[in-house]
Design a protein around this ligand. Structure first.
Ligand code: WQD
Length: 342
């Protein structure tokens, strides 16, 4: 049973990926420094899969610990690298924190594997496309200048990976460009655990509906879209987790496209913020308290992915729709109310 290292494995997407890896027959091993996640997620994962995954708490920016861990674990055949700082707004306030965390961890991992064969899946983002000129956006669309240090770390990390795959013959790499991950595991035992006030739409919606927030402010409804609201490609986190398993499987088989490749991970469907709110209201059976406020600086107006390449070459396709995304997120928020974590 192949061992797959999941960095950031107690986080939102990481924890769902650990579950899907295990279900697909892999042995996931987690490294997380718990800077933005809770150790209790390990028990939550155990409630789903029946075993507590191997867990190591340290910071991948620590080169000695990272190198020692890799040397001590030669049976790891693949890495899914989630561990990174990811708050767009904070990255503008603290760019050095983002460049430090996101690059040192990546470079330490790559250097620790120099001369050793490794399959590597990187957590990238549709943020690299900026405001796309053509929709749905394909993987060959130009990468636009990043609008935040966070976005810049994803762009530069992709370059580091592409150049490393070309220069050394031991890395086989796939970067997955996520659109907007939402929802939770159907068991409602794992899901997103935002620290403080949520910056993203879905946790803000569910926290408002449960009464933790007074109301949702929608950032503008006068955009050049059919209903005036921004459009996003929301993707269920369980589908997203499965895309990582598919990426590992493709790397194991040998990717005919070469040693470095990128894939869009979305549904291919764009929903407006208003449509998302309406879908939430429908599945929760309650009206959401929201008001329309001013635009948020830097927001993309509309983005959704072309998923032809993912479905043909990665052999992966999203299966869950907007209602499953909303209902699972709502079920998770209700679970948290009864069973607070953190
Ligand atoms: C979605 C829509 C907001 C909150 C995120 C990441 C980005 C990338 C993609 C990873 C927008 C609106 C939101 C609120 C609102 N992911 N909104 N009120 O902006 O697409 O970006 O996903 O790399 O880095 O930040 O997601 O959930 O913040 O916003 O009206 O309180 O919801 O304006 O139109 P976004 P989001």
């Amino acid at each position: 049973m192949s061992k797959i290292l999941v960095t950031g494995g107690t986080g939102y997407i990481g924890s769902h990926t650990v579950v899907e890896l295990y279900k697909a027959g892999y042995t996931p091993v987690i490294i997380d420094n718990l800077s933005n996640s809770n150790i209790k997620m390990l028990e939550q994962i155990e409630k789903i899969i029946g075993i507590k995954p191997e867990f190591h708490q340290f910071d991948l920016c620590d080169v000695e610990q990272t190198t020692a861990f890799i040397n001590d674990n030669p049976d790891i055949s693949g890495i899914i690298h989630f561990a990174a700082s990811k708050a767009v707004g904070e990255s503008v306030q603290k760019p050095l924190k983002y460049y430090h965390n996101n690059f040192f961890s990546l470079i330490n991992l790559l250097e620790a594997y120099q001369g050793k064969k490794i399959n590597f899946v990187f957590s990238s983002s549709c943020t690299v496309y900026g405001e796309p000129d053509v929709l749905p956006v394909t993987e060959s669309a130009p990468v636009k200048k990043a609008t935040s240090p966070y976005g810049n770390t994803k762009q530069i990390a992709e370059e580091i990976l592409e150049e490393s795959a070309a220069a050394y013959n031991n890395y086989n790499i796939i970067a997955l460009r996520y659109f907007n991950p939402v929802g939770a595991h159907e068991s409602a035992l794992i899901g997103e655990l935002p620290i403080g006030v949520p910056q993203n739409l879905l946790p803000f919606i569910t926290q408002t509906a449960i009464g933790k927030r007074e109301k949702l402010t929608v950032f503008g409804n006068d955009f050049d879209t059919p209903d005036g609201y921004c459009i996003r490609d929301f993707i269920h986190v369980v589908d997203l987790a499965k895309a990582h398993v598919a990426a590992i499987q493709l790397l194991e088989k040998g990717n005919p496209n070469g040693k470095y490749d990128v894939f869009n991970v979305g549904t291919g469907n764009g929903y407006s913020v208003l449509e998302a709110i309406k879908a939430f209201e429908k599945v929760s059976g309650q009206a959401l308290n929201y008001e329309v406020g001013p635009r948020r600086e830097g927001d993309i107006v509309k983005v959704y992915g072309d998923v032809t390449k993912s479905s043909k070459e990665l052999g992966w396709k999203a299966e869950l729709g907007i209602e499953e995304m909303m209902s699972s997120a709502w079920k998770w928020e209700n679970y948290l109310k009864e069973n607070p974590i953190g």
